[in-house]
Design a protein around this ligand. Structure first.
Ligand SMILES: NC(=O)C1=CN([C@@H]2O[C@H](COP(=O)(O)OP(=O)(O)OC[C@H]3O[C@@H](n4cnc5c(N)ncnc54)[C@H](O)[C@@H]3O)[C@@H](O)[C@H]2O)C=CC1
Ligand SMILES: CC(=O)C(=O)O
Ligand SMILES: [Mg+2]
Length: 372
């Protein structure tokens, strides 16, 4: 199979879909790898690293999209990339379709087959291709939130750890999965007073067992959510219902009940965000103010630490990328129900029910797509 890796074009996105190590493994499996010139530079990989691995450097994205059987990326294809996708071509990347009707319609119109990193599953009920980036975004969230809390950046002027005689910041994390757990650990490590809210009792039991002395847990009822939000200096949004649009947990009307200058860090923004007033921002202009509450809503947070993120993502995607290349998507998905869970689009049809429900579009099952 010919595997193509274009340079990412989303603003301030420095990650790359294939590391030189991944390219080398694919080539050892008998595949051809083409990489766009400069694609890895933002993550610290030179073109020469790819050629040393056996890949071919190609000048333009157009040439890569025109000839590759499988496109491996990081971010959802941007509008200009979507125009280059074609029938029969396989796309392996993050998609986040539920909050993104334009992208969904373009992918359906292209006729391509698209496997979304964020809905691939594992045998423990986890999301192995989302997890590494959730670890990164979770660990970044208190760091960017602390910056947002600084007075000159529009925040309350509160120091995470306080100082002797002055109490620490109160940090509330909604959603205690991968993002939430990593965010809570780092915020607690910075000295903040941290509470994690979730709706899963088994998950809160686990968090309490492991991190009981480090942060607190509270059931995420609507009443508890607003009560804690009123006291919070920072609120980190980290909920997920896989594939679906994020539930809105703090409304615009409720912003007036929060502390002026509080920082909302909505990591769940790539699924539409869990605060009513969230809208996606970029690393260039990450924070905006609604009613005196500072919102940080960058949808590709891991791009800020592109080298760590690229290597972490590559470690996770490589076995799936090799299975797709070795067997083709149909056989690879038929053999592995967890990879099959990643199938979102095939030949003009949606193949992921939660996306169809969010967007009001009919879907077929992945099994029907494989059989068809
Ligand atoms: N902005 C960015 O750059 C990035 C965003 N993300 C996003 O962060 C979000 C969280 O991802 P993960 O932590 O990996 O997911 P996860 O599945 O590990 O955790 C989600 C948690 O939310 C909880 N939850 C669901 N509904 C809830 C509700 N109504 N109230 C409270 N808790 C609720 C679940 O029980 C679960 O524990 C996802 O939308 C993911 O796409 C992940 C990485 C980077
Ligand atoms: C998860 C995701 O969308 C990202 O890493 O950008
Ligand atoms: Mg994202």
């Amino acid at each position: 199979m010919k595997i193509g890796c274009p340079k990412e074009i989303k603003p301030q996105e420095f990650r790359v879909g294939l590391t030189p190590n991944a390219a080398q493994e694919a080539i050892a499996h008998g595949h051809e790898v083409i990489v766009q010139a400069g694609a890895g530079v933002g993550a610290g990989f030179e073109d020469a690293d790819y050629t040393a691995a056996g890949a071919t450097i190609i000048d333009t994205a157009e040439e890569i999209f025109a000839s590759a059987d499988m496109i491996v990326k990081v971010k959802e294809p941007q509008a200009s990339e979507r125009k280059m996708l074609r029938e029969g071509q396989l796309l392996f990347t993050y998609l986040h379709l539920a909050p993104d009707p334009d992208q969904t319609h373009d992918l359906l119109a292209s006729g391509c087959t698209a496997i979304a990193y964020e809905t691939v599953t594992d045998r423990n009920g986890g999301l192995p291709l989302l997890a590494p980036m959730s670890e990164v975004a979770g660990r970044l969230a208190p760091q960017v939130g602390a910056w947002t809390l600084q007075k000159a950046n529009g925040g309350r002027g509160v120091l995470m750890g306080g100082v002797p005689g002055v109490g620490p910041a109160k940090v509330m994390v909604i959603g205690g999965g991968v993002v939430g757990t990593h965010a809570a650990r780092i915020a607690a490590g910075m000295g903040a007073d941290v509470t994690v809210l979730d709706r899963s009792l088994p998950r809160m039991r686990y968090l309490d067992d492991i991190y009981g002395g480090t942060f607190k847990t509270t059931y995420a009822s609507a009443g508890n959510t607003i009560e804690l939000a009123r006291q919070a200096d920072m609120i980190i949004g980290a909920v997920l219902i896989p594939g679906a649009a994020a539930p809105k947990l703090i409304s615009r009307a409720q912003l007036s009940e929060l502390k002026p200058g509080a920082a909302l860090v909505d990591v769940a923004i790539d699924q539409g965000g869990c605060f009513e007033t969230s809208k996606a921002t970029t690393h260039q202009d990450p924070v905006y103010d609604v009613d005196g509450i500072m919102h940080y809503c960058v949808a590709n947070m891991p791009g800020a630490v592109a080298r760590t993120s690229t290597i972490a993502l590559g470690n996770a995607t490589m076995p799936f990328m090799l299975a797709l290349a070795d067997k083709g998507w149909k056989q690879a998905c038929a053999d592995d129900p967890h990879l099959k869970a990643g199938l979102n689009v095939h030949a003009g049809k949606l193949t992921y029910a939660a996306v169809g429900e969010a967007l009001g579009i009919d879907s077929i099952t992945a099994d029907q797509a494989i059989a068809g």
